[in-house]
Design a protein around this ligand. Structure first.
Ligand code: CDP
Length: 221
């Protein structure tokens, strides 16, 4: 934690990890627990994807994807942001360096706010806020993540099959980890949290423990 205008700055907590690892649940809970603002950075990529999809733009064109970054107003509760076509397009367009650069400032401004912040995504601890006070890297086996994603889809009334969801998770892992810019990988100072055998409550408790160990000042919050 540094100083902003001579005042103590609040903590920045980075929560990275692959699809359906539990990072979003953990980030939201940690933000609430320590009274910090939270940004789900995946939503920015999803908003770009939704823009592109609505115009009928071509996701294999970096140029068209970049245009979809203009005027990025979106409603986080819009169910289409989480639809399967939009998820797939988000994973494709997030590999374009120009798209990542277009979304960089918004995320860094959020991370720099004086009171501190929690951000979750793929590259928070490596690119967006490499000087974060705590970096959590949340993982779970592909099979566990596929079962979680399937449950979410079914709860939303969608018709999905385990093997398709698992194949999709694996191909997204490959795209996210294999891309040249900001690939999904823990930075050497990340604290690893495998949630494969943990309930959401257990995962949150474990994350809170790691934050408190790393950030003694959080014990005052
Ligand atoms: O958890 P899930 O993968 O379903 O979705 P998300 O976190 O909302 O991210 C949507 C897509 O955006 C993913 O496929 C990532 O490739 C990409 N993303 C990224 O590249 N960098 C981030 N900081 C956040 C998301």
């Amino acid at each position: 934690m540094g100083l902003v205008d001579g005042k103590k700055k609040g903590p920045v907590i980075a929560v990275d990890g692959p699809a359906a690892s539990g990072k979003g649940t953990i980030a939201r809970a940690i933000a609430a627990r320590f009274s910090l603002p939270h940004m789900d950075t995946g939503l920015l990529y999803r908003a770009v994807a939704l823009n592109l999809w609505r115009w009928g733009g071509n996701p294999t064109s970096e140029f068209e994807a970049l245009r979809a970054c203009d005027d990025l107003g979106f409603d986080p509760s819009d169910a289409e942001l989480r639809s399967e076509p939009v998820s797939k397009i988000a994973s494709m367009i997030s590999s374009y360096p120009s798209v990542r650069t277009a979304l960089l400032e918004r995320q860094q401004d959020f991370a720099r706010q004086a009171g501190g912040a929690v951000l979750d995504g793929r590259d928070i601890g490596t690119v967006i806020a490499p000087d974060s006070d705590v970096k959590l890297f949340v993982t779970a086996s592909p099979e566990v993540r596929a079962r979680r994603r399937l449950k979410e889809l079914v709860a939303r009334g969608m018709n999905a099959h385990y093997h398709d969801v698992l194949a999709d998770i694996r191909s997204r892992d490959e795209r996210d980890s294999g891309r040249a810019v900001a690939p999904l990988k823990p930075s050497p100072d990340s604290l690893m949290l495998d949630t494969s055998d943990l309930s959401p409550e257990q995962a949150i408790a474990e994350a809170e423990k790691l934050v408190r160990e790393r950030l003694p000042v959080a014990n005052e919050r």
